[in-house]
Design a protein around this ligand. Sequence first.
Ligand SMILES: [Zn+2]
Length: 246
Amino acid sequence: MGFNKAQNIIGLRVLNDNVVWLWKKNKSLVVIDPSVHEPVIKYIDENNLNLKAILQTHHHSDHIGGTKYLIERWPNAKVIASAKEKKRIPFQNVSVEDGETLNLLGEKVEIIEVLGHTNSHIAFFINRKNPVLFIGDTLFSGGCGRIFEGTYQQMYSSLERIKSLPKNTLIYCAHEYTKANILWALNLKPKDQDIKNKLSEVEKKLSLNELTIPFLLDEEMKINLFLRAKNLEEFTFLRTNKDLWA
Ligand SMILES: [Zn+2]
């Protein structure tokens, strides 16, 4: 479990490599992409919290698997997902569009559409002095999501959009894939000192049983080859290369 006290955001590592994020304020909780329900319910009960909302970045089963069970227990919780979703997210009761702003736990949360991984993927941006982005499967540390429903152009544009956010944005993605991503990047850029340093940092955290997420946009732009890609052609080459890399 990774716990970031300053942000009140807790990561539960579940399944093989998923991370469910819990955003807490006083006795209220918002859950992001609950792939499973049991550890989430356990955390809520142990801390005597009330579940206010479930944020869904997209419809994949390892992001929505726990939603049904959480809603059975907290039927008044909101299930927030893209208005473009077509009934793939259980109990969706708040549909949002790009640019819309929600008020959650007393904070302003902006919806940013990031297509590519799916054709209705969204991100949740907490716009504050120390901004936070829940990015789902669009960006990972050292990598980016596979393109399942969208196009390379859409994914490239989504990453460009992320790059335009404040550089001190802390990014919370949904998978602990960092080490494998960094090894791939080093295979392509074996002499890159920033990526080498990142590998040491990641190996240290993992050896201490810590999450390598969240990560800072500013630092990620130095080591993530997808964010460093200068144009769509370079991005397409990298994404195709990564898909083939074992
Ligand atoms: Zn996914």
